[in-house]
Design a protein. Structure first.
Length: 388
């Protein structure tokens, strides 16, 4: 059964061209360099005013300095990272450039397999869980020259805010010494690492809010591509029907550049597919109608989300409107969803799963709606084997 509709066209990764900024001046300090965007780092690497090995060592030093306070490191990849960085530098020296992310470090949530390294899922029980297979997201990024810096902390079995070493702290709340302030969940180490400037981009994965909450807790951005855009092969999934890989970043263009290189079909995930893509900075926002959920009343937010950005997110609306977008603001996402054909179809089908449906079942980038629309002729039960 074909679950998802096929895209009308496909864009080759090499056909997507991003504008590398000209005349980027190397900052004076390592911290300033590490806080640059991916495209700014790419400019310095291409100018040869910075090498990938330099950049990788800066990031490793920052990780070593901050980790005792914030607990973002779960599995070390230092040897692999330095080897990949050296290969990237050799290619730069030969005039070979394979992508915009060549030579740039990134972090990997420790549910994604990296060949030859453990996937621990935040638990001592899996310390010796050495994998011989690899997530296509990691493979595609490394093939494009990106440097896998480390595997980032997740809560034990991806539930909660603490791994086997303890709480993973938000960089906005002061770390262990400050006491309260976890980094959300479950892509907690990825969120903290991006916020602190250890890496510009990190892989996350979301079942319910595992990309959103670290983004909120750390004052950064996330993108959660539509199901199938990123392969889920060789990722320890929590809920196959709704898990979606994503990216965390400080600026969305950095996410876009990595997204372009990580997207695409893989043999081990039959729902993955190749898709069209273009540089989002070249889109005409005046042609878009965008829904914005104004939940700036954050009194009910968990403590981990009580950041210095609390209640200050409406600047997004102002920015979108400045580019001509038609922004429709509601105080609840349900106002955009009611009444939905999804909900109607769900109730009329009388489907009853053996476990209760959480809120995210009705808000998964239209996934379930697509299942009903494009799935088996008799609806979702034929695909998932649910009883009526």
């Amino acid at each position: 059964t074909t679950i998802l509709n096929q895209p009308p066209s496909v864009t080759a990764k090499d056909d997507v061209v991003f504008d590398i900024p000209a005349n980027v001046v190397r900052p004076d300090t390592d911290k300033e360099i590490l806080m640059l965007s991916v495209l700014e780092m790419a400019a310095l690497l291409r100018q040869r005013s910075l090498t990938s090995v330099e950049l990788t060592n800066m990031a490793l030093s920052m990780l070593e300095m901050y980790d005792p306070e914030y607990n973002m490191l779960e599995v070390e990849l230092k040897e692999l990272a330095l080897n990949v960085a050296a290969e990237a530098d050799a290619m730069f020296a030969n005039g070979t450039i394979v992508s915009e992310i060549q030579g740039i470090p990134f972090a990997i949530k420790d549910t994604y397999n990296v060949k030859g390294y453990a996937t621990m899922y935040g638990s001592w029980e899996f310390m010796d869980n050495i994998r011989e297979e690899e997530s296509p997201l990691v493979t595609y990024a490394v093939q494009a020259g990106a440097v896998p810096l480390f595997k980032s902390s997740v809560p034990q079995l991806t539930w909660g805010t603490a791994n086997y070493k303890g709480t993973v702290y938000s960089c906005l709340n002061g770390g262990y010494s400050a006491g309260a302030g976890g980094s959300g969940g479950s892509s907690i180490g990825s969120g903290t690492a991006v916020c602190l400037g250890v890496v510009p981009v990190a892989i996350c994965e979301q079942t319910g809010s595992s990309c959103q909450s670290p983004a909120i807790a750390n004052g950064i951005s996330t993108i959660i591509p539509a199901l199938g855009t990123f392969s889920r092969e060789n990722n320890g999934l929590y809920s196959f029907e709704s898990d979606r890989p994503g990216l965390l970043c400080r600026d969305l263009m950095s996410c876009a550049v990595f997204y372009n290189r990580m997207r695409g079909k893989s043999a081990g995930d039959l729902q993955s597919r190749d898709v069209p893509f273009a540089d989002p900075s070249k889109e005409d926002l005046s042609t878009y109608s965008i829904g914005f959920v104004d939940n700036s009343d954050t009194d009910g937010w968990p403590l981990a989300w009580d950041t210095p950005f609390k209640g200050q997110r409406n600047n997004v609306v102002t920015a979108l409107q400045a580019f001509g977008a038609d922004v429709i603001t509601e105080d609840s996402i349900t106002n955009f969803m009611q009444p939905t054909q999804l909900y109607t179809d769900f109730m009329e089908s009388n489907i009853r799963n053996t476990v209760s449906f959480d809120w995210y079942w009705l808000n998964v980038e239209g996934f379930l709606e697509e299942v009903f629309k494009y799935g088996a002729e008799e609806g979702a039960p034929a695909r998932f084997g649910w009883d009526k």
